[in-house]
Design a protein around this ligand. Sequence first.
Ligand code: FAD
Length: 408
Amino acid sequence: MYRKTRIAIAGAGIGGLTAALALLQRGFQVEVFEQASAFGEVGAGIQLSANGTRCLFALGLRQDILRCASQPSAKEIRHWSTGDTWRLFDLGAESVERYGSPYLMMHRADLHAVLVRHIRAIRPEALHLGARLTGFEQSEAGVELRFESGHTAQADALVGADGVHSRVRQALHGDDDPQYTGCMAWRGVIPATALPAHLRRPVGTNWVGPGAHVITYPVRQGELINFVGIVERAAWQKESWTEQGTVDECRADFNGWHPDVLTLVEQLGRPFKWALMGRAPLSRWSRGRATLLGDACHPTLPFLAQGAMMAIEDGVVLARCLDGCPDDPATALQRYERLRHARTSAIVLKSAENTKRFHNPALASADGAQAYIEKEWAADKVRARYDWLFEYDALSVDVGGHAVPEAA
Ligand code: FAD
């Protein structure tokens, strides 16, 4: 039995799908419109901290996620040239004990597939492919969506989960002004069997160096090692923001780095390059019956690994707010925005601050690095930087409505 309230979601990324599942479980009539002709995610990994796994598990995804995730025992910091190693924080049982939920690492396509499967199990016809939203009109009575194909659709509310180039954001708030942040990302996944044993350990590693850093971690139960290399570059020359690069070009960016980093680079196959664009946090997200979610409203540098976690939290809080007043979507969307705005803005700003920390000139020499790392990654500072992220519970934030049912 579906509720009458119809929610249209533009974009079937991790944020749009989480919102869709959370809404379907509360009985809303949900339609997700995705521009791509096939479902998928970029061939890269994603770190899921406790604030995200808490939401996903409450949506009933625990078993499916644990079946394909990696659960590393710790995160380490390593020096770019000497390879010296420091413990950043313990994960595994420590994350569960401290935050009530694990810290996991997954292939994005695996998480995406789990979400799609659970949505289709509730409502097989909820997901529409090849449906590129070009505009919408809203009135007292509802929202009419327009698609490139010429089709239209009706809904009671519209959620723009359509990513960093959001069409819904543009329609609500006008053109934005993305700035190139001065950093680009190399991304790829490496078959673990191609690497020596010490690079396959179940840990996440942050290699830090002057002007660049590298993140590696296992995904798909250790079958693959995810590689992200962030490099400062004066300008991004290409019009396209995402493109394929070569191992030669990537190797040149890590010239002089520790042999372990170069071993990883050699195995990248065909790495992708991403320009990292920045935007100041929006002051408003919603207007009437339309709102935004995920990268559409708070795109961020990935230096706290929280972009998708925020999108997941958004989806859960949004569904809870709509559940609290299903017949008055505009009020529900205002409540959602009020509950989410301060936290997501803070994460965007704190993520940008990490650029200086990860790329600090003090890291250049081994001696300077030792003192710098011991100061910047001292246990109390690490707690101050991460506890507020991981402790947040989107399921118990007071939305002024009903309590959240825990899925079986
Ligand atoms: P998207 O994933 O961008 O999805 C938007 C969807 O909307 C797409 O499917 C798109 O095709 C569709 N769409 C767009 N326009 C239209 C339209 N007009 N009509 C219909 N559909 C449309 N976050 C983490 O939490 N942990 C990490 O470890 C992490 N690592 C990262 C590493 C890197 C290098 C980068 C760049 C980012 C990382 N992030 C991480 C951030 C994370 O990837 C994003 O924040 C997250 O994917 C955003 O999800 P979303 O659903 O909001 O948007």
